[in-house]
Design a protein around this ligand. Structure first.
Ligand code: FAD
Length: 426
């Protein structure tokens, strides 16, 4: 897709400049009109088409180019290393681990680059290296101190245009979900949201793959010479998994939910290259002022980082059942989770919901109390280290994924566990 200016119709009035939110217009000299200039579209165009309606002279049109980018220009894997108040989000470290795995399968010289954006965040580079980044791209400016959609989008998009990464991964956090689609639009490339699995699409990597044990070569189509990644995510309410490719444009972009990918073992003292990217950003590029950041009560439910989660479902019978779950969680040092059925019934706030449309979790122990184990719930917790199912129904799907199955009434079982815990503490 491209935006084309019909020079014969353009009066050089600049209305398109005003309509364009991306600063994607410039003038170029032209003899054929009174002002002696016509408008020209630059690389910042994100094909939003606002200019088409703004132009009173029908001088702008959208054209399908059918062109494919020269994919060989794009190299390396970038991970948006999201930080808040100078602290890296866990998902950034998980994605560095995943990036490392993919890089190993793509080629020996593919690097994993952590992209750090903010102000006074130099100290975070060491942590990125310790978790497996080969390189850190450091983008700092006082205007980037607070996350703003405009500011982060601009500087990362500019860096992508300049350095051309092959793959960019973001955590599917509130910030990642806000940022990634905007950057994808400005780079005129695809984005697969909420991936649960990434694989290298490999026919041209076959020779390399033969040397690797992690890749199943029999799944490769030798006729298919395209490269890229296969991005898999649940679709149609989790009833099937869709695998999505981005064959014609680069970079390939995915958001990945926290807790899905594996962090690498931390290597203290690991080092790598730090590339300082000086962003071109002005106050006028940012259209909002962040007055204050207020942490909502909902966000205080930190399911993502919890080691132990005690979740309750419809089997609790009513809202008061969550008092028992809270008591249980307090006793074992856990956090309260829930199924969607309990949320939909109005028994607990949505911020506690685990699953496909809730939070994806990976605690050390997940207690599923009165939760049947619907596929959408399992999608958010089945990679927990240990799953304990407490359910009256010995044949419910949760029992199939559980490491420990307790068949019984949760109102009898949980008080017994609490009592045993008390005894052990004495
Ligand atoms: P139920 O399936 O009704 O199970 C209740 C269980 O409690 C049963 O197994 C029963 O045997 C047991 N039980 C009853 N009484 C007792 C007792 N006294 N002691 C012990 N056990 C007892 N669901 C999610 O959880 N998270 C999501 O993110 C999510 N996203 C969805 C997205 C879409 C698009 C759709 C269509 C659905 C989604 N769902 C999600 C809903 C999901 O399909 C199920 O409906 C839901 O998970 C069921 O919740 P539950 O297990 O608590 O209830």
């Amino acid at each position: 897709m491209a935006i084309e200016i019909i020079k014969e119709k353009c009066t050089g009035c600049g209305l398109c400049f005003k309509a364009c939110p991306y600063d994607a217009f410039e003038f170029e000299p032209y003899d054929g009109n009174k002002l002696g200039r016509v408008c020209k579209v630059n690389a910042k165009c994100s094909f939003c088409n606002q200019c088409l309606t703004a132009c009173k002279f029908g001088a702008i049109k959208e054209v399908q180019t059918g062109e494919t980018a020269d994919l060989s220009d794009y190299k390396h894997i970038w991970v948006f290393a999201e930080q808040r108040k100078g602290k890296l989000m866990n998902v950034a470290l998980e994605l560095i681990g995943e990036g490392h795995r993919l890089a190993n399968e793509i080629s020996a010289d593919t690097q994993v680059c952590a992209v750090l954006v903010g102000n006074k965040i130099d100290h975070l580079a060491a942590e990125c290296f310790a978790y497996g980044a080969d390189k850190v791209i450091m983008i700092q400016d006082p205007l980037l101190e607070q996350y703003t959609t405009d500011g982060y989008t601009k500087v990362i998009t500019d860096a992508i245009h300049e350095m051309k990464p092959e793959i960019v991964l973001y955590g599917a956090t509130h910030i990642g979900r806000d940022l990634a689609p905007r950057i994808a639009a400005r780079c005129n490339t695809g984005l697969t949201a909420d991936c649960t699995r990434l694989d290298v699409k490999v026919s041209s990597y076959i020779e390399f793959a033969k040397k690797k044990t992690t890749l199943d070569i029999s799944t490769l189509d030798p006729e298919d010479t395209s490269t890229g990644i296969k991005q898999t995510r649940p679709a149609f309410g989790g009833n099937l998994m869709a695998t999505i490719i981005c064959p014609n444009t680069r970079p390939q972009m995915s958001t990945v939910r926290p807790g899905v990918m594996q962090k690498r073992e931390k290597v203290e003292g690991a080092t790598g290259e730090i590339v300082t990217y000086k962003p071109t950003i002005a106050k006028s590029d940012i259209h909002i002022d962040v007055v204050d950041v207020v942490k909502s009560a909902k966000e205080l439910v930190s399911l993502t980082d919890a080691d132990i989660i005690c979740s309750g479902g419809r089997g609790l019978g009513d809202a008061s059942g969550f008092k028992l779950i809270q008591e249980f969680a307090d006793k074992v040092g856990g956090v309260v989770g829930s199924s969607r059925a309990a949320v939909d019934a109005g028994w607990i706030d949505q911020s506690h919901q685990v699953g496909q449309t809730g939070t994806t979790v990976k605690p050390k122990i997940y207690f599923a109390c009165g939760i049947s184990g619907a596929i959408q719930h399992l999608a958010g917790m089945q990679t927990s280290d240990y799953i304990v199912a407490i359910n009256k129904d010995a044949d419910c799907p949760m029992m199939e994924v559980a490491d420990f199955c307790i068949v019984g009434d949760l109102y009898k079982v949980i008080p017994q566990i609490i009592a045993e815990w008390d005894k052990a503490e004495d």
